[in-house]
Design a protein around this ligand. Structure first.
Ligand code: SAH
Length: 574
């Protein structure tokens, strides 16, 4: 009589808690006669066992575990091999197949194999951190017991350059302590030190521990064999202790608006997705140049009309959720359509044709080495030059920043590159911008934390019209804070506040002094209130000084009319 054919069920039982074990995994455990697994894992599923024989092995005995499973199945038994998480992710599934293949196993007439999926650590740990894995992500195991370190390092580097969210498995053990240090070093070459990082130890197990930190500080925390490290990408931000990676909805939707600019039937149109493969193919069909470079982007293309609102919003390197959201929101807005002509330019336009028009997309972004720090490093300047290339341009503005403008297909990559250089990257447009002096080359740094705090609270947030909040760190106020919309001067240990400056135009005037010698706390609360009143009550496109005049008071400070210009009898001329 033919012997009963055995079976190996390779089961991923998820992170550890009973409720995260799938129905099929439970059933397969019930159906099996033998359970084979690493000691700790057997303990985790002990509650599900009835009368199965149990084969426990030590941690490094995967091969003997797999051989034993195959042997038992070949003798006609139904065997369950258990792995934590998913058995196909650094688990037992591959190894069992390899052992079977070594024995000339064939699916048709060999022992039956069933791989039962489970929730892998990347998913269970992500769920505890917020939504860090919303976009393209990869897993990398830092264990070099079976994989050459060179290969691992190469993968870390590649993932970092490609801006993947990265889940690091097996990050560190008692003996393997250098790998995570080396990995951090590689990542820091490509990602901002402020990149959010989540450390989840023993997800959904008794000793669960969750730490939210940054790429720069991650090594200050406990990382062990039971930890998964999730490193955000360049768009990942923190919100109330949660790590969130935006999917990109902001490109098409305004997330805080009830009515969307794009109606449902418009949302999937190619012209609304200039970043898509279809858009690229269409543009190639029209004969546009492959490198997205020079065609149609003349140096004198109609950029000038678009330059008006250049903004510097503050950022001390910490990703500010509002700012990042704004940034994403504005990635599209930063595309300037720099096509040479419309109907008005007539013949020139006709000559330029479609090719000229479709390539004329200019990505525009503000860049600075810091808020207080005004010094570019050599490497930052070379990076800027490299990124701008021959077809881009850099403009040095009066707002302590360089505006980078270049034809680009993938603005995210550029933003990531700039950030990797430690540069601050600012959206352009109607947002609050916290700008500061250089604090006498950082010699008088007392007020820097207040600039940081203000930036954290309002930097990059949407305003009716761009709002400049300027903080100068001593009474000299040599960076001209008193000329801005909101001017703050730190003097003798306290703050003076000025409102409603108008820096340009025929009726330019300094801001009105409204408070003197107030504390840091009072100042921050007041500026926040002013910001709120202005954003809630200002008309679209109404500048702050106009709003102040119309509202007659802001944050309880009454508006005072500027004295009329003094008429001077000209001695000569008319
Ligand atoms: N097959 C497993 C991975 C095994 S490799 C899975 O799919 O999840 C072992 C590594 O997985 C650990 O070093 C840790 O990085 C991660 N890991 C597994 N279970 C975990 C849990 N409950 N919490 C945090 N990390 C876990």
């Amino acid at each position: 009589m033919e012997r009963k054919k055995g079976k190996v069920a390779i089961i991923g039982f998820g992170p550890g808690a009973a409720e995260h074990i799938t129905g099929r995994a439970r059933e397969a455990i019930r159906e099996s006669e033998v359970i084979i697994g690493y000691n700790t894992y057997v303990d985790l599923i002990l509650g599900l066992l009835t009368d199965q024989a149990v084969v426990r092995t030590g941690m490094t005995e995967e091969v003997s575990r797999a051989q034993e499973a195959v042997r038992q199945a070949e003798s006609g038994k139904t065997v369950a091999v258990i792995s934590s998480g998913d058995a196909g992710v650094y688990g037992m599934a591959g190894l069992i197949y390899e052992v079977l293949i070594g024995r000339q196993w064939k699916p048709a007439d060999g022992v039956e194999v069933e791989v039962i999926p489970g929730i892998s650590a990347i998913n269970s740990c992500a769920s505890l951190l917020g939504a860090p894995v919303m976009h393209d992500a990869c897993t990398i195991s830092l264990s070099d017991h079976l994989t050459p370190w060179e290969t691992i390092a190469k993968r870390v580097e590649a993932a970092a350059t490609a801006d993947f969210v990265i889940a690091l498995y097996n990050p560190r053990s008692g003996r393997r302590t250098r790998q995570i240090v080396e990995t951090q070093r590689i990542l820091l070459r490509h990602r901002s030190p402020d990149t959010p990082v989540g450390l989840v130890k023993s997800a959904y197990r008794d000793r669960q521990d969750i730490t939210v930190t940054t790429l720069a500080n991650m090594l200050e925390h406990d990382i062990g064999m039971l930890t998964t490290v999730i490193v955000g990408n360049s768009a990942t931000f923190l919100y109330e202790g949660l790590i969130i990676t935006p999917r990109g909805y902001q490109r098409k939707y305004t997330l805080d608006a009830e009515e969307q600019a794009l109606k449902p039937h418009e949302r999937l149109r190619v012209e609304q997705e200039p970043w898509s493969l279809s858009a690229r193919e269409e543009s190639l069909e029209r004969g546009d140049s492959e490198d997205g470079g020079d065609v149609g982007y003349g140096r004198n293309v109609a950029l000038a009309g678009n330059i008006g609102n250049v903004s510097v919003s503050g950022n001390f390197g910490k990703p500010h959720p509002a700012e990042l959201a704004m940034e994403a929101l504005r990635l599209l807005g930063m595309w300037r359509n720099a096509e040479g002509g419309s109907a008005a330019t007539g013949a020139a336009d006709a000559h330029q044709g479609d090719a000229g028009r479709s390539q004329a997309r200019i990505f525009e972004v503000g860049v600075a080495p810091g808020i207080a720090n005004k010094k570019f490093t050599n490497s930052q300047l070379s990076a800027l030059a490299r990124i701008a290339g021959d077809s881009g341009e850099m403009e040095y503005t009066p707002h302590h920043q360089v505006i980078l403008r270049l034809p680009a297909e993938r603005p995210e990559g550029i933003v990531a590159e700039l950030k990797a250089e430690g540069l601050l990257v600012f959206p352009i447009g109607d947002v609050a911008q916290v700008k500061a002096c250089d604090f006498c080359d950082l010699d008088k740094p007392d007020a820097i934390p207040v600039a940081e705090e203000l930036n954290r609270l309002i930097g990059g947030r949407k305003t009716p019209k761009e709002l400049k909040v300027a903080l100068n760190g001593c009474g000299m106020a040599c960076y001209g804070a008193v000329l801005e919309d909101i001017g703050i001067v730190y003097r003798k240990g306290a703050y003076d506040l000025f409102l409603g400056g108008k820096k340009i135009g025929r009726n330019a005037h300094a801001a009105q002094p409204v408070a003197e010698g107030i504390s840091a706390e009072q100042l921050v609360a007041t500026v926040e209130r002013i910001f709120r009143e202005y954003t809630e009550n200002g008309h679209p496109n109404e500048s702050f000084h106009k709003y102040f005049k119309r509202a007659k008071a802001v944050a309880g400070f009454p508006h005072r009319e500027q004295p009329p210009a003094v008429a001077v009898d000209a001695v000569c001329g008319d």
